[in-house]
Design a protein around this ligand. Structure first.
Ligand code: AMP
Length: 401
């Protein structure tokens, strides 16, 4: 996969249409987590220093292809200006006269943020006319929104065919992390997959067993695999109707030389709740009246032993109900082992998707992995082996607008 990066782009005096993902977590008009904004800073600073005129495009929430003030991007202006240490000016539409006038009068180094692209029906439809209206505003297109790259929308895909297209620094970092972890990793490779259900990650599991040497299963989904082997899982979360599917994944794993590793012990409770008594049981010793809420200490030791012989680890999903203490201990223990092996230079570690970032933050090690992706759906689709339209568009030559 080869695409052009910002280092290849002529930037001085150019109008740069930068697709960013500013779909940040917010409550009552206040940003509750600035991670996505902070990670864009490198690209923003590079563009400013290079004398580009930066025109930011983003979506926010799911407005229904019309102006819905609660989804306006305008509330972000103070946060962006503060986090990027640079003035950002808001423009109330992303196409048409308002946008065209605003970009016409820009000076080098200036940044403007255009209103939510999803206020127009053409965005999600990837309508060529809408993409052309966006393309009119810029000389070049930079996509730094890996987390939106699984969508073939006008601002994430269509634009790349109309203007010279480049990957931003965040996009490049995401792609090289995923490349190093899954496409061309140092072996042996371990994938750790947890979370609630097998059904939501079927394609991920089917793809991973073909590519990795060890697949560690934790969380609720481990129960389905245990049940499929005839092991009692008690009241634990378990998708009994997925047992055949689990056995099929097992067969594929065997045929591909991938070893599936299930927890050897579990933290169990009689009734789920905060502060309830817990009991650690060997996996085979669960009784019908208990529920497994986490992996046990022996599992952490077993998995860490195998991990210490690996060179690469890819992680998605928690090992237990990490939102409720102390059921985060299994996720924390394993995540800390990954962090230690990463720090010693022994493994390359990449994590992402869904709840994974908050689980690693809770474990205090989110900044100690080689790379933690803030992308949810796009990260999972990559793990499924899918081609992401926003990424492949960057690798194809553009046609004239
Ligand atoms: P996912 O979005 O599929 O990665 O699932 C994340 C969710 O899985 C978290 O909210 C966890 O609380 C939940 N989870 C992890 N382990 C278990 C378990 N043993 N039983 C029930 N839910 C679990």
């Amino acid at each position: 996969m080869s695409f052009k990066t910002l280092n290849d782009a002529p930037l001085k005096g150019k109008k740069v249409l930068l697709r960013a993902d500013l779909n940040v977590p917010a409550e009552n008009g206040t940003v509750t987590d600035t991670t996505r904004i902070d990670r864009l800073k490198e690209t923003i600073s590079f563009l400013v220093k290079s004398g580009a005129q930066t025109i930011i495009l983003s979506h926010f929430g799911r407005p229904k292809a019309k102006v819905e003030p609660e989804y306006s991007l305008s509330f972000l202006i103070p946060v962006l200006s503060q986090q990027w240490a640079h003035k950002v000016t808001f423009v109330s539409d992303c196409i048409g006269a308002v946008a065209e006038n605003a970009v016409q009068n820009m000076r080098d180094g200036e940044i403007i943020l255009l209103e939510n692209v999803r206020f127009h029906a053409g965005e999600e439809k990837n309508d060529p006319a809408f993409a052309k209206s966006l393309a009119k505003l810029g000389d070049i297109y930079v996509n730094d929104a890996f987390s939106a790259a699984h969508r073939a929308h006008a601002s994430t895909e269509g634009l790349a065919h109309l203007l010279p297209a480049y990957a931003g620094m965040l996009m490049s970092a995401e792609l090289s992390a995923l490349q190093n972890a899954l496409e061309a990793p140092k072996k042996p490779v371990m994938a750790v997959v947890g979370g609630a259900k097998v059904s939501s990650k079927l394609s991920v599991l089917n793809n991973l067993v073909r590519k990795v040497n060890f697949l560690v299963l934790g969380g609720g989904m481990a129960n389905t695999f245990l049940y499929a082997q005839g092991i009692e899982v008690g009241k634990s979360l378990c998708e009994r109707d997925m047992a055949d599917e689990a056995r099929r994944i097992w067969d594929t794993a065997k045929a591909s030389g991938c070893q599936i590793i299930l927890p050897s012990d579990r933290v169990t409770v009689k009734e789920f709740g905060k502060g309830v008594p817990t009991q650690i049981l060997k996996t085979e010793a669960l009784t019908p009246d208990v529920e497994a809420v986490d992996i046990g200490p022996q599992s952490i030791t077993d998995i860490t032993d195998i991990l210490s012989k690996c060179k690469t680890v890819l992680w998605n999903g928690p090992m237990g109900v990490f939102e409720v203490k102390p059921f985060d201990a299994g996720t924390n223990g394993l995540a800390q082992a990954v962090a230690r092996l990463t720090a010693s230079g022994q493994i390359l570690s990449v994590a992402g998707g869904g709840d994974t970032v908050s689980a690693l933050e809770n474990a205090g090690v989110a900044d100690q992995f080689t790379y933690v992706s803030t992308a949810g759906g796009a990260f999972l689709e990559w793990l499924e082996g899918k081609t992401l339209p926003g990424v492949s568009a960057l690798t194809q030559p553009h046609k004239a607008a």
